[in-house]
Ligand binder design. Structure first.
Ligand code: PNS
Length: 162
């Protein structure tokens, strides 16, 4: 049986930290499915389709990764994707409580879905999508946080929104 994992997130936008996790997680499984949450409660900077495209563009060098949007519960998305594992990145201890709760809740809902945590590479430990959006909104330099293409898209979108 093929080993499949889902790597879920909002990815608004995808950062170099996410790409690092995708590269490393792809080596642990036969197939990795990156799931972009269609989050109707938040107003994202990018549509789910745009977020999917930006990730696809950033990981085209990795053969065993698929990217798609999902709505609803993560465990249902994992089931639909025939994945038994969820991958999450841990940057710092501050991520731990939320991640711990989420993995416990997911395992209660579906005991067959287990979470694997990968600690983020130190050079990316300070990066988050919200930092990228915040920095960019004040004209800050985000070139060390995202790919060149994503940098341009973020800058253009923020200009558009002003
Ligand atoms: O990148 P993020 O925003 O930290 O990702 C959070 C995400 C998408 C993994 C989480 O919000 C999620 O799984 N949402 C789907 C709904 C769900 O299953 N919630 C129950 C978890 S307790």
């Amino acid at each position: 049986m093929k080993k499949r994992a889902v790597y879920p997130g909002t990815f608004d936008p995808v950062t170099l930290g996410h790409i690092d996790i995708i590269e490393r997680a792809s080596k642990l499984v036969d197939e990795l499915i990156v799931g972009v949450l269609v989050n109707k409660n938040k107003v994202p900077l990018f549509t789910p389709e745009e977020r999917v495209e930006m990730i696809k563009d950033s990981i085209s060098h990795i053969p065993n990764v698929k990217v798609m949007a999902f709505d609803g519960l993560l465990v249902d998305f994992a089931k639909q994707s025939r994945a038994n594992f969820v991958i999450r990145g841990l940057r710092a201890v501050t991520d731990f409580e939320y991640e711990f709760q989420m993995s416990q809740a997911n395992r209660i809902i579906d005991p067959e879905v287990d979470t694997i945590f990968l600690t983020t590479s130190t050079k990316y430990s300070y990066i988050s999508s919200s930092t990228v959006r915040e920095l960019a909104s004040f004209g800050g330099d985000i070139s060390k946080f995202v790919t060149k293409k994503v940098e341009k898209k973020v800058k253009d979108r923020i200009k558009q929104n002003k």
